[in-house]
Design a protein around this ligand. Structure first.
Ligand SMILES: [Fe+2]
Length: 181
């Protein structure tokens, strides 16, 4: 599949995950019952697919872009460093949720702060890519560049939205299906 198209589809899927996290974080804030298993599964997904497949693909695209157009360096380097920040923030939030679902006591406020920070950071990040990075890549990169990017990375299927749902994400998949009915 066309790489840019896949990246856009990924963004739509991630946005859906962030909306679910937002609702659950509202429950955390309002002291309502919260589905921490669901939040943990979302963060497992985020650290497994977007962090390991989507972001590395964008990183390759950025390096190609900078090769062609040095004025893209500032934007590109900013996005590369945000990818590192996202991985770190995501892992911290995931670790917290694993603790909760394992029965440890974690302050609701602590969960809310880490969760809101992650959601806001990732939304702003994707908006930057949608508005600036992707249009620039579409304008600048050649067919050959896209082929080289595709060849340089091992394309993995999305374990939730891809052709096969991974067992680990069955509950998350079912939740999303119910939501969209
Ligand atoms: Fe992205």
């Amino acid at each position: 599949m066309d790489i840019l198209k896949q990246l856009n589809i990924d963004h739509g899927n991630v946005a859906q995950m962030l909306d679910i996290l937002d609702k659950q974080l509202n429950n955390v804030h309002e002291m309502k019952s919260t589905d921490f298993d669901l939040m943990r599964d979302i963060m497992y997904y985020m650290t497994r697919y977007p962090d390991r497949t989507h972001h590395p693909l964008e990183d390759l695209l950025i390096h190609k872009l900078i090769e062609h157009d040095s004025s893209a360096r500032k934007l590109g380097e900013n996005i590369l460093s945000e990818h590192e920040g996202l991985t770190e923030k995501g892992q911290i939030f995931l670790d917290m949720l694993v603790q909760v679902t394992d029965g440890a006591m974690v302050l609701r406020e602590q969960i809310e702060v880490a969760g809101r920070d992650y959601v806001a950071f990732l939304r702003a990040h994707m908006e930057k890519e949608d508005k600036h990075l992707f249009p620039l890549a579409e304008k600048t990169l050649s067919h050959r560049d896209w082929t080289e990017i595709a060849q340089a990375i091992e394309r993995r299927h999305d374990p939730v939205f891809g052709p096969m749902v991974d067992d680990q994400f069955r509950a998350l998949y079912d939740f999303i299906q119910q939501q969209t009915v």
